[in-house]
Design a protein around this ligand. Structure first.
Ligand SMILES: Nc1ncnc2c1ncn2[C@@H]1O[C@H](COP(=O)(O)OP(=O)(O)OP(=O)(O)O)[C@@H](O)[C@H]1O
Ligand SMILES: [Mg+2]
Length: 230
């Protein structure tokens, strides 16, 4: 008899987060719980203001919940402290943003190399890995172009390569296709999916886009501060 073993990459338990106080308080998350197994592409949907960014920031260690707990790759984020969270974000989590977040004066290759410089990787190793990652996202021939000389879709592919630089176990993407046209957005999402499945990375992607939800292994919906699985 075969047995299915699921390793949990993200475990969120009863997370609450409010902004402001008293009558003006906004309860963005009201007891959110879910798990994401290793190697899955999970989409997070929900209308504007439903708490997607708030939740991604908490899972990625950029912000702390008021209540509840978050485990990433077996670590309890609540017990890591500032240095531990910094190390988690640098070594185990990759971030992709709607606005790409590339440094305009650096070339595509230099942008991809930034996270490796931050952890003082050997320059030789860094250059080899940058080349490999740019090939992975189909931009081997554009390594020396600056972001302003690349299309939106190409910039986002550079950002994905950069997010993969330190070989993260978890990729967090907040509306990664929000600034792209439908066709380019789909191509970027397909790339994310291919990366997730070929490298056994786990990805949590916030998106409004219905066409992209079909590419996810699972879809979670945020509504009224709670998460339900679709
Ligand atoms: N720093 C903040 N201060 C006060 N309120 C905030 C803050 N950040 C978020 N909020 C509120 O929390 C709620 C959730 O916001 P959040 O940005 O997480 O939504 P979202 O689902 O990402 O929306 P969008 O799809 O527009 O990006 C909103 O009501 C928002 O106004
Ligand atoms: Mg948001």
């Amino acid at each position: 008899m075969s047995q299915v073993v699921t390793e949990t990459m993200v475990r969120v338990e009863n997370v609450h987060k409010s902004y402001g106080q008293g009558a003006a308080a906004v309860h963005a998350l009201r007891g959110v719980s879910f798990e994401v197994p290793r190697g899955e592409l999970v989409a997070l949907k929900g209308r504007s203001g439903s708490g997607k960014t708030t939740l991604l920031n908490i899972v990625g260690g950029l912000d702390q919940p008021d209540e509840g707990s978050v485990h990433v790759d077996g670590s309890d984020l609540g017990g890591l402290g500032e240095d531990g969270l910094l190390a988690l974000r640098r070594d185990r989590v990759g971030f992709v943003f709607q606005s790409f977040g590339l440094l305009p004066i650096l070339t595509a290759a230099e942008n991809v190399g930034v996270p490796m410089r931050l952890r003082r990787a050997d320059p030789r190793e860094r250059e080899e890995r940058v080349e490999l990652l740019l090939s992975l996202v189909g931009l081997a021939d554009h390594a020396r172009q600056r972001p302003g000389e690349l299309s939106g879709g190409q910039q986002q592919r550079v950002a994905i390569a950069r997010a993969l630089a330190n070989d993260p176990v978890l990729l967090m993407a907040d509306e990664p296709t929000g600034q792209l046209d439908a066709e380019t957005g789909l191509a970027v999402m397909e790339l994310l999916r291919a990366v997730v499945h070929s490298r056994r990375v786990t990805a949590l992607v916030a998106t409004h886009d219905a066409a992209l939800l079909d590419l996810a292994d699972r879809v979670l919906e945020l509504r009224d501060g709670e998460v339900t699985e679709q």
